[in-house]
Design a protein around this ligand. Sequence first.
Ligand SMILES: [Zn+2]
Length: 261
Amino acid sequence: MSFITLTWLTLLFIFSSLRFAWWRIPPSLSRPRILMYHMIEPHRPDHQLNAYRVSPDTFELHLKWITKNNWTTYTISEYQILNKKPKKSLCLTFDDGFGSLFTNAFPLLKKYNCKATIYLVPDRQTNVWDLGIEKDGTSLLTKEQIQELSHSGLVEFGSHTATHADLKQADIHRIKHELMASKKKIENLVNQPCRSFAYPYGRFTKQSISWVKEAAYKTAVTTRPGIADFNNPYQLNRINMHGFDTFFDFYLRLTRGKNKL
Ligand SMILES: [Zn+2]
């Protein structure tokens, strides 16, 4: 092998190891993985939010791998109250409550008997908060769809505030109202307690954590990448399921918490 070939192969190895962090030591299988999804639908041409769109075929590959490799899925609240936390526990979470969860994700959740937690924005019908990024909004779940998902026993509904409010910017009265009103609306809609919360935009402060507690939520998920620690239930890390990831990225993220450096 020539020196030039060897140099190229070495560089290729270094760059691919930076791109795919296969070398990272996987955290213990006793630590639960919380996967974060948004929309389950094909990419739209020239749309800016495709990083948040995982195609139904890719999502099915994820569920197939999860069940074939004996991971058990739980809703967030179900997992939190388990006395004995089993190995290979996994929570599928979906932010915003997009309509494609009913049309595309729900049939697959039923097919693979997987549980999920969906964080709703009950005062919105589309993702108006993204209008600066994409011109045409994407529909959120309807009341009827939410009720049918809830009746399946596979889905827990949490809150993502009433209007997708930024907890770092809104004033105290608005935040308290957003936390309480959304909780009540969701509880009335599904006739179940609404115990879990997801910070919109992943933004929160020490103060907002205390308001989330005060509003009687039991857990809160962030967008911080990594493996969750349920001893710190109001700052649960998640593993982002990115719309442009390869299957190897999914595998690395799930096993190691991160796929890159
Ligand atoms: Zn959101």
